[in-house]
Design a protein around this ligand. Structure first.
Ligand SMILES: NC(=O)c1ccc[n+]([C@@H]2O[C@H](COP(=O)([O-])OP(=O)(O)OC[C@H]3O[C@@H](n4cnc5c(N)ncnc54)[C@H](O)[C@@H]3O)[C@@H](O)[C@H]2O)c1
Length: 331
């Protein structure tokens, strides 16, 4: 029998980002000692130790992993042709390679993404699960997520590095769902409704600055289906994975309890905000649904943020007058 994981000290990257800034307080509450990588002097939640640095720096990993038992790697520059190879791909390699060299990292949690499987861009098995091979959609970000995971897989095969990959679906916190699915919102995510407006009614809404709950349809008029995830459920997945011996060497799809369809979403937002529904026909979109049963059974992952709860919290966020922090869209 391999020995149990004893994790007390965690090095986290991306701790100032959307996922990291929600994960850190939970790690601290759970009693872990957390060393957070701070990049570009970004605001970072309270941690045991801040380490300023850049994932592109080859010398960082040795300092960063010193005395650590685990790594939670969330740092990523997203869609950026100039930076993704150095920041995301080399950055991941440097950390895992140091985990190999130092020999005291008991678990390395890597943030994966459903972008690695080309969801919505290409037709996919329904539902899609972890066994579907890497085949990202166009863009440097999906390429990066595939390369990051490939490094993880090989370093696990070649050197037995204890890696856990959590493949998040599109993460929604604050008022993200309204920013995505209303016309007057910041137009966050794809499609960008204002850009695809083509019918006289759609154009009038845009020209007059009217708001609407946007419903994405297929060309036959049936509503599109998408499977996103609420930020608190992502945090739950990380907390259930850390220190969990059964999670070592595995990749997990992390998504909401169920997918949503745009008819249900747009009608719900319409009622909540008292705005009309505006329908858009989008030929390029392929429905997708994640099979999260593996995370449920191995991690005990029990997501609670269905689309209604995600919308309710987004509405509450706006009603409370909270200020939205812009985040980069692509998962
Ligand atoms: N947000 C999503 O919808 C989503 C979906 C699937 C997967 N993911 C993955 O989860 C992880 C976290 O995503 P997020 O949404 O919190 O990202 P984010 O963009 O909010 O935060 C990323 C963090 O990485 C840091 N970073 C960027 N370049 C760096 C560098 N060179 N050195 C050090 N730090 C650097 C940034 O400063 C930022 O704090 C990423 O790996 C992302 O690919 C996110």
């Amino acid at each position: 029998m391999s020995k149990e994981l004893v994790i007390k000290n965690i090095f986290i990257t991306g701790g100032s980002g959307k996922v990291g800034s929600a994960v850190i307080p939970e790690l601290m509450k759970a009693g872990y000692k957390v060393r957070a990588l701070r990049f570009d002097n970004e605001e970072t939640p309270e941690v045991t130790e801040i380490m300023d640095g850049d994932l592109r720096d080859k010398t960082l990993a040795k300092r960063a992993l010193k005395d650590m038992d685990a790594v939670i790697h969330l740092g990523n520059c997203k869609e950026n042709r100039e930076l993704f190879l150095e920041s995301n791909v080399s950055g991941t390699f440097y950390l895992i390679d140091e985990a190999k060299n130092c020999g005291h990292i008991q678990q390395f949690i890597q943030a994966g993404s459903d972008a690695r499987a080309g969801i919505y861009y290409y037709p996919r098995p329904f539902p899609i699960d972890e066994n579907f091979p890497h085949a990202g959609y166009p863009g440097y970000y999906p390429l990066s997520k595939v390369l990051e995971e490939t490094i993880c897989e090989q370093m696990r095969i070649q050197y037995g590095i204890p890696i856990t990959v959590l493949r998040f679906s599109w993460v929604h916190g604050q008022d993200d769902i309204l920013a995505h699915a209303t016309l007057k919102g910041p137009q966050w995510g794809v499609p960008i409704w204002k850009e695809i407006a083509e019918t006289p009614e759609q154009k009038r809404f845009v020209a007059e600055g009217l708001d609407a709950a946007c419903r994405m349809d297929h060309v036959d008029g049936t509503p599109g289906m998408r499977h996103i995830v609420g930020l608190p459920d992502v945090v739950q997945a990380v907390m259930r994975a850390i220190g969990n011996k059964a999670a070592i060497g595995k990749a997990f799809a992390i998504a909401a309890p169920s997918p949503f369809t745009y008819d249900v979403l747009s009608e719900y937002i319409s009622k909540k905000l008292d705005i009309p529904v505006l329908r858009f026909s989008v030929p390029e979109f392929n429905d997708f649904r994640h099979d999260i049963s593996f995370a449920r059974s191995v991690l005990g992952y029990a997501p609670t943020y269905d689309i209604f709860k995600i919308v309710d919290e987004a509405v509450a966020f706006r009603k409370a007058g909270k200020k939205r922090i812009d985040t980069k869209y692509i998962g």
